[in-house]
Design a protein around this ligand. Structure first.
Ligand SMILES: [Zn+2]
Length: 368
């Protein structure tokens, strides 16, 4: 209460409070009349007005309002005037309440109508067809590879992605000091388990579980500590193949890989083996196929060489067979592996392998 308010008698104070309200309420008066006065307003403006009206209501009807404090003056009014003073306070308060209510009601109706209009649905419109999903290009290719090997009598094996040191390295004849065991190349969990760096781990599990003879492929995710670039990703898909039986030779390996690639890339596909080294095979060879685009003449895909490098292979190292309790004098076998992502990139002529994992639907929808 201001000093001047203290000088006023109770009746004057009630009148002053009413007057102050009317002055402030003036800008809301337009909402209490014809609803058309709201016509030009946007929903956002109406919501803002509604908020300001609520603040005004608190200022003039709340516990700390001037009008509320006039009720406490009733004791200072001479007894014979008390009834009429009480009446004055009540009428003034009722007037304030009804003004505020009228404006609030109009704003509320306007806001509701605007919201309903903007959210209304035209039920006569045809429905929107839900988008059907489809398989990822890597899955599509993996399934084609699986179909080919199943028809050649191979089983599909699945394996775990987190491995012990034994399965990821030792059983695969990878020596203790081999750089692949280092943390620069392999991801390790805090408990010292490795994220498998090749699907060859599945060979070991499969031979331990099923024994030999065995024919299996193991498609799956592997992890290496590579910085992502157009041709590398720290996570990618491989498919591993293994065949162990009596009398298996390098000729079986060449025949199987050749047949697989002919079914994959066409009957005139030529396969080439180049000597190489892997700890888990001896002898080892990398294999290339004649370019499916230019048929060997040279193009952008094969970098003008006519050949495409695809994977690694070899005869299973005797140490690997011994580790799973198979006698290398009695049994022999071959193994091979190739990258599925790399094959997808080749077949669809992708410039950047990372596109396969960015999950941009506009990109992925092209491979149905
Ligand atoms: Zn080519």
């Amino acid at each position: 209460m201001t000093d001047s308010a203290k000088d006023q008698n109770p009746t004057q104070q009630v009148e002053a409070a009413s007057k102050a309200f009317e002055q402030e309420f003036e800008r809301f008066v337009r909402f209490t009349g014809d609803a058309n006065d709201l016509a030009g307003m946007t929903l956002e403006q109406a919501v803002a007005e509604e908020r300001e009206l609520t603040e005004l209501r608190t200022r003039h009807l709340g516990k700390k309002s001037a009008l509320a404090s006039t009720k406490k003056l009733i004791g200072r009014v001479p007894a014979e005037e008390r009834a009429s003073f009480g009446q004055l306070v009540q009428t003034s308060e009722a007037a304030v309440i009804s003004s505020v209510e009228a404006a609030a009601q109009a704003l509320k109706q306007f806001i509701e109508a605007q919201r309903t209009a903007s959210e209304s649905i035209d039920v006569t419109l045809p429905g929107r067809r839900p988008r059907t999903g489809h398989r990822h290009p890597i899955t599509l290719l993996r399934e084609r590879i699986e179909d080919i090997f199943v028809s050649l009598g191979y089983a599909i094996e699945d394996g775990r992605e987190i491995e012990t040191d034994f399965y990821n390295f030792t059983a695969l004849n990878i020596p203790d000091n081999h750089p692949a065991r280092g943390t620069q190349d392999t991801f390790y969990t805090t408990d010292g388990f490795a994220l498998r760096s090749q699907t060859s781990t599945v060979q070991i599990h499969a031979m331990q579980r099923r024994g030999v003879p065995i024919r299996m492929i193991a498609p799956g995710r592997v992890f290496r500590r590579d910085t992502p670039d157009p041709t590398h990703n720290p996570m990618f898909f491989q498919v591993e193949g293994l065949c162990v039986d009596r009398g298996i030779t390098m000729a079986h390996l060449k025949g199987t890989v050749g047949e697989f690639l002919r079914r994959m890339f066409g009957p005139d596909t030529v396969t080439r083996f180049r000597p190489s080294y892997f700890p888990f095979t001896e002898p080892s060879a990398e294999f290339d196929l004649s370019c499916f685009k230019c048929k060997g003449a040279g193009c952008r895909i094969c970098k003008n060489s006519g050949w495409i490098e695809l994977g690694g292979s070899g005869m299973v190292h005797p140490n690997v067979l011994r580790t799973v309790g198979v006698d290398p004098q009695e049994y022999s076998g071959f193994a091979f592996g190739l990258g599925i992502d790399r094959m997808v990139a080749l077949m669809y002529n992708l410039d950047d392998i990372r596109l396969l994992f960015e999950n941009d639907v506009r990109f992925l929808e092209q491979f149905e």
